[in-house]
Structures are given as C-alpha cells and as structure tokens.
Design a protein around this ligand. Structure first.
Ligand SMILES: [Zn+2]
Length: 437
C-alpha cells in the first residue's frame, strides 16, 4: 500500500543535477541485442525464438544473467514470465514495472519485444552502477508468449500478470498436438499455480514499455521518439456470403446469385469505412475462400474475414453496424445472403496522460524531438493497462518493417529510446500517479 509522505521521494538538488547527466551504456545495450539475436538465428538472417521452444528458454536464460548483472533478484513466475526485482529503499510502495516480451514470430526480427526488455535491463543496470536510489521498487519483466506460438493465445504472460488469464488456455494442445501444460512446465512455469502470477490491485504504480514502432510514421516524419497515445483495438468479422452455384455458360447475368460479386462489393465497403474520411483507422480483408472455386462455375459461397482497428471502441462498434447495413443492401441487390459474425474483440487501451507527460519531459531534457502517435499493433501494455496506468515509448522502424528478418532500427535511435526510458524512470514519482489523469 502507498504510505508516502514521510520520506521525500524527490532527490536533493545536487543529486537531481547528477541524475540529469546519467545515460545508458549504448555499446553494452547494442552488444546484448546482438547476442540475444544469435539465440534462434535463422539462415535467412531472422530470429525464431517462439515461446515454449528451447531457443526461447535459452534466450530467457541469457537475459536472466543480464538481470543478475544489474543486481536484480530474478525469478520465473508460474506463467513463465521472467522477472527481475530491485526493491530499493521503499519496497512498501507500488512497483514501477518496465517490460516487453522476449519471444518472436517465426523468422522474425531481433528487436520486436527483445529491445524493450534489454533496454529496461540496461536502465536497471545504470541505476545500480551509479548507486541511484529510487523512492519505489522497480521490476523488469520479459513477458511470456506475447506472439501466441503454435496457435496458443498471445499476450499470455501479460494476461497472467494482470489477473486476466483464462485457465482453459492450459487445458488443450497446441497446433502441433503438444499439451500446453507440458510446454509451460518445460519453460519453467507451473501450470497449477498460474493464478499466482497475478499481481494484486494497487501493487503496480505504473507500467512502461519501450518498443520499435513496427510502422513507418516516425521514420517518415523524421522523429527519433514516439509517445504512444493509445494502443489500437481490433474487431475481426467472419463473413459468409451465400449465393447459388451454377453453370458459367448457361446462367444469364440477370439471374445469377454470384457470391463472389457480392463479396467483392463487401471488400470495397470495408475499405471505404477506413482511413481519413472513414469510421475506423484501418480495415482489411486479408483472406477469402470461394466455393466451388472452379473457373467455369458461378461462385456459390464465399467466406472472408475483415479486420478493423481503431483506438476508440465506439468507432469499432459504429463500423460493425455500418457494415451490417451495407451487407443487407449488397445481399438485396445481388440475390445473396451476407452474414456477419464479429469475433476476437480486443479492447483499445489509452496510454496514461501523466506518464505521457513524463516521457515528453524526458525527451525534451535529452533534446530529442518526439511525435504523438497511436500504436497500430497490439502489445503487452494493452493487457497490463487493465491493472495499472501504462504508457509506451516508440523508436523508428527502418522502412516500417517488422516481424521480418530485415526488421531494424538505427543504433542511435535504439540508444536514444533507452535514454528516454531511463529519464522517464528518473522523473517518475509515485505521488504523481495519485492525481487525476
Ligand atoms: Zn512486440
């Protein structure tokens, strides 16, 4: 519980001046990113460190050694999260938690997730090296299975951390037929005690996650730092278009009930609800199956899936409603039935205004221009945000590329982002978080 007031949290003026000049050890951070990249390196130049694989475990062991080098106590919680703790002088206060994930997609890049964890370790290391005493405990977390390896639920570790873990996730097998419980046990977790990975309400004062942008905005606009406004939410809609299969030569156009013609109109409608003049930020139809899928038969059935993303839940709801109306109209005009089944709703999550101001102030103090932007990708922060105020810092992705072997960020941007994280931590005061956002 917060019992502040007796011990001043703000450092004395001389200490504050010394702290202003603190910087992360850039070469050490860059060298560690390269060493971790070598764990699970693929012939194509990428990294495959899927959760629950021996490479993931080896990567986590490497990072555990870095946490110990930073003077932290290290543990793996029952959900498989790797946690380093630095209690400091006020272990009674809510924790400041820094983190991201260490797993990758197949043939992914070296920075997605790993950068945020290694930079957080670097921040803790610098604080320890310089004997900086914070007025609150600090944890660094490498969250388990953010990417959803082998068909398992993604953001697994952050769900457990936030007390949002669904126990049915443990009961099945993965896409290879391996029992999920066994995988977790092999990764150092404890399937029977996963609920204990949840941190109690009030125990986390704030959560900060540093991450590559994974998109082109910062590079295009020329900013080294992004202050994330909110993490996008997502709705996927399974669409079934039922028409009538028939002979492509003998069926007159006016009498056809062509499911693919109707589906094509629906795809255009999905595009039209997105963008600057639309209802949601982005919308995509990325998959489609046609039956009977023969060149000389009028298509009778089409299935597709639409993916809508926005930082406002109301916008997502409004877009789904708009598409329902469009579907009815298309059905009436084409003699088909267009059925919509929304699924996989992920709520958007706003970043905390007080933490965003701290990040902006840290960037200003370091002379780094910053840009406010939403996150188009999902992150552990989105789930942790259900437990505690959270914010994210982005650095540019070269060419906007991510989840591929060529994922990269300029070394100076990697170091700049870590310094912004360091100075956000140095500027953090649990008392600030007691006020209104
Ligand atoms: Zn990530």
């Amino acid at each position: 519980m917060v019992t502040g007031g007796r011990v001043p949290v703000s450092p004395a003026p001389g200490v504050a001046a010394r702290r202003q000049h603190l910087r992360v050890d850039g070469p050490r951070l860059l060298a560690r990113i390269e060493r971790l990249r070598a764990v699970g390196a693929t012939p194509a130049g990428g990294v495959s460190r899927l959760a629950f694989t021996p490479d993931d475990t080896r990567g986590r062991e490497l990072v555990a050694s870095y946490l110990r080098a930073a003077g932290m106590g290290v543990e793996v919680d029952p959900a498989g999260n790797l946690i380093g703790r630095r209690l400091g002088a006020r272990p009674d206060r809510p924790w400041l938690v820094l983190g991201s994930h260490l797993d990758t997609v197949p043939d992914g890049g070296p920075l997605d997730g790993a950068y945020g964890v290694l930079a957080a370790v670097e921040v803790a290391h610098v604080l320890a090296e310089h004997g900086v005493e914070m007025g609150f405990p600090v944890a660094v977390i490498g969250f388990m299975n953010e990417e959803g390896a082998f068909g398992t639920p993604g953001m697994w570790g952050s769900h457990a951390f936030a007390g949002q873990f669904d126990r049915t996730w443990l009961s099945g097998v993965d896409s290879r037929g391996e029992p999920v419980r066994d995988l977790l046990r092999a990764a150092g977790g404890d399937p029977g005690r996963v609920p204990r990975a949840a941190w109690p309400d009030g125990s986390v004062g704030a959560y900060l996650e540093l991450h590559i942008e994974q998109g082109p905005v910062l590079e295009t606009e020329g900013y080294p730092i992004g202050v994330v406004t909110a993490i996008t939410g997502r709705v996927t809609i399974d669409v079934t278009v039922r028409g009538q299969a028939n002979h492509a030569g003998t069926t007159p156009i006016a009498l056809r009930r062509d499911a693919l013609v109707a589906a094509a109109q629906f795809v255009l409608a999905v595009r039209d609800i997105a963008g600057e003049d639309g209802i949601v930020r982005v919308a995509t139809v990325g998959c489609c199956t046609v039956e009977p899928d023969a060149w000389n038969v009028v298509p009778g059935l089409v299935r597709l899936r639409a993916d809508l993303r926005d930082v406002a839940e109301e916008s997502l709801d409004a877009a789904v409603e708009a598409l329902r109306r469009v579907a009815e109209k298309i059905g009436a005009e084409t003699g088909t039935v267009v059925e919509l089944a929304p699924s996989q709703v992920v709520q958007p999550m706003a970043c905390d205004g007080r933490l965003r101001r701290l990040i902006s102030a840290a960037s200003d103090a370091l002379g780094l221009p910053y840009h406010h932007l939403p996150s188009g990708a999902g992150h552990d922060a989105q789930i942790v945000g259900r437990l505690a105020p959270m914010a994210m810092i982005f650095v540019p992705s070269q060419g906007g590329r991510s989840h591929v072997a060529t994922e990269s960020t300029a070394p100076e941007d990697i170091v700049a982002g870590a310094n912004v994280l360091l100075h956000t931590v140095l500027g953090y005061d649990p008392e600030v978080m007691r006020g209104h956002q």
